[in-house]
Ligand binder design. Structure first.
Ligand SMILES: NC(=O)c1ccc[n+]([C@@H]2O[C@H](COP(=O)([O-])OP(=O)(O)OC[C@H]3O[C@@H](n4cnc5c(N)ncnc54)[C@H](O)[C@@H]3O)[C@@H](O)[C@H]2O)c1
Ligand SMILES: [Zn+2]
Length: 350
């Protein structure tokens, strides 16, 4: 398969996403013609080199969520200053969602907005994080609390770069992939890797074009995420780590549990039938992902986190499957949520 271009149709903020093996070699074609210099934001652990064809400085940022901070944005901007980067130059992010989120926000702020191109190097970033223009960092008070909408001027999803991806990151990406199967991406399991990325990028591009600023429809991209974020809040999901008795799920694994939970909840509300719930369970199992709560999960604690979810307005709101497809559903009774969570308990992860 050669490189496929998917358009994100946002008028003057629109751009192309190039997907396929070797797509990174087409980077120069995505840079703004005005650019005379580039700063590449990446991580030492990302073994991907890009050629901008311009005088280029490289800044390596640290790994994991603690590095997704205003301090890291500050250090990127200091390098932009040292490099003499102007508003007509370009920032190139090379990495997973952490790098594209940090570099995207630094670019949004630098001179009140400097072009950025994302070269996404994890499955999760290729099918989700690098597309759509949401950039943000964490505060001690919560994830992604400081951010901006800043569309890139192009995105590269070079599937060759995934060859070095650790197994845990593949699992995390597959959880996000499973989500798209319920957002209208057909026969995901029969597609090649490149076709899967193209299908998910096309789906996300369409949702973002319809609702750039997440006023309504874009919320469907949070399918499976209400429980996933609660598990992250409770310390049961997030970064690698944990102990022999308390394994911490990666984000996409938590999304997988969240998808199965959402299916059980939708059934309890009479929105979907047993066969549709089985479809969720089978798909998640076929990706070798967990579908039950990890040991140590406390139902009351998870419900408290869900009540603080950004979709909720003084009630429990979920993104749920139903006769009209996946949509936001508010006013769900906490007692029902508790019952469904109890259904999903297990002693051990699959
Ligand atoms: N902006 C959005 O719309 C959006 C959407 C989803 C997720 N996100 C954010 O994305 C972040 C998670 O992104 P992620 O899952 O890509 O994790 P990540 O960026 O932290 O990358 C995971 C690990 O993989 C390494 N890595 C990256 N590419 C590699 C490669 N090709 N080979 C070997 N190792 C490689 C990284 O160095 C890191 O250690 C979270 O902060 C999340 O909030 C943002
Ligand atoms: Zn996600």
């Amino acid at each position: 398969m050669t490189v496929t271009a998917v358009a994100v149709k946002l008028g003057e903020r629109g751009y192309q996403v190039l997907v396929g093996p070797g797509a990174r070699r087409e980077l120069t074609g995505l840079l703004p013609p005005s650019a005379e210099r580039a700063v590449v934001v990446t991580q030492a652990s990302v073994p991907v080199e890009v050629h901008t064809g311009l005088p280029t400085r490289v800044v390596n940022i640290a790994e994991w969520e603690a590095a997704k901070s205003l301090a890291t944005v500050d250090s990127c901007c200091r390098v932009f200053a040292a490099a003499g980067l102007t508003r007509s130059d370009v920032v190139v992010a090379v990495g997973g969602g952490l790098v594209t989120d940090v570099a995207g926000l630094a670019a949004a702020l630098w001179h009140r907005g400097t072009p950025v191109v994302h070269v996404a190097t994890t499955l999760l970033a290729q099918i989700d994080a690098a597309i759509g223009g949401k950039a943000g960092v964490n505060l001690p008070e919560g994830k992604n609390l400081v951010g901006a909408f800043w569309q890139p001027c192009g995105v590269i999803c070079d599937t060759e770069t995934l060859a070095s991806l650790p197994a845990a990151e593949w699992r995390s990406g597959r959880g996000e992939l499973a989500k798209y199967a319920f957002l209208g991406v057909e026969n995901l399991d029969r597609l090649s890797l490149e076709e899967q990325v193209v299908a998910c990028v096309t789906c996300k591009a369409e949702v973002v074009a319809a609702d750039e600023r997440e006023r309504g429809r874009r919320m469907v991209l949070n399918y499976g995420h209400t429980l996933a974020h609660a598990l992250e809040g409770a310390g049961l999901a997030g970064e690698p780590g944990g102990t022999a008795t308390r394994r911490v799920l990666r984000h996409g694994e938590a999304v997988a549990v969240g998808l199965v939970f959402a299916a059980h909840l939708a059934r309890a509300l009479g929105r979907i039938d047993d066969a549709r719930v089985r479809r969720h369970e089978e798909l998640v199992a076929s990706y070798d992902l967990p579908s039950r709560l990890p040991p140590g999960a406390e139902v009351e604690e998870l419900i408290a986190y869900m009540g603080r979810d950004k979709k909720s307005q003084h009630d429990l709101t979920f993104v749920l499957d139903g006769p009209a497809g996946v949509e936001a559903v508010g006013g769900v009774e906490p007692a029902l949520v508790a019952r469904v969570l109890e259904e999903l308990r297990s002693e051990a992860l699959p």
